[in-house]
Ligand binder design. Structure first.
Ligand SMILES: [Zn+2]
Length: 204
């Protein structure tokens, strides 16, 4: 379970409100060679809503999934999980966060085996919570020479100066200079909690 929902480490205990039922479930699938072979209508809606041109259907069908996943531990985990699904036929599911500046969003990613060793990915919204807009997200840029900050891609927490992983509000409050910089570079990594959570899930 994600630590931010009341973790052992004393992190904030957020009271996620049950979200409305009509939130869309995004579904996509890859073939035995990990090429993206289908995306549902909700995928297309999200791509247009956030103007993610590289995710428009005509650009993404036929592309290799690995192009879109962060190299390193993220790719390693997906490979491990996908290999296991293809070997055992068992579903795997875990929760992950994908926040917006003004919203905490918790999703459940389920992966299951389809025909001919394809894998179907299903992303269900679980809980959303509004919050005051976090200006810090606006300063995030890709590339450049600005200060580098580690963010866990799975729980959206940031690595503080003492090495602990913090919700954005705590990170900004505890890290001098975060708000004075107008550009922050993000390194997408994975915190220890998420690593254990996901390896446990996939090793079951
Ligand atoms: Zn994490």
């Amino acid at each position: 379970m994600i630590n931010s929902r009341g973790g052992k480490d004393g992190s904030r205990n957020f009271n996620f409100k049950r979200m409305k039922r009509n939130r869309a479930t995004v579904i996509y699938s890859v073939d035995r060679f990990d090429r993206i072979i289908s995306v549902n209508r909700e995928w297309v809606q999200v791509a247009y809503e956030y103007e993610l041109e590289q995710l428009f259907t005509d650009r993404i069908i036929g592309q290799n999934l690995w192009r879109y996943l962060a190299k390193g531990v993220t790719q390693d985990l997906y490979r491990m999980v996908m290999e296991r699904i293809r070997k055992t036929g068992e579903d795997v599911a875990f929760e992950l966060r994908c926040d917006l500046p003004e919203k905490r969003r918790l999703y459940r990613l389920s992966m299951s085996l389809g025909d001919e060793s394809s894998i179907i990915f299903r992303v269900d919204p679980v809980e959303f919570e509004n919050r005051p807009e976090q200006e810090f997200f606006r300063s995030i840029v890709l590339g450049g020479k600005s200060e580098l900050v580690n963010m866990c891609s799975w729980c959206c927490r940031f690595k503080g100066q003492d090495g602990s992983w913090l919700e954005v509000e705590d990170f900004v409050a505890l890290t001098p200079g975060t708000m004075s910089s107008d550009s922050t570079r993000i390194s997408h990594s994975m915190c220890g909690d998420c690593y254990h959570r996901l390896t446990e899930t996939s090793a079951r």
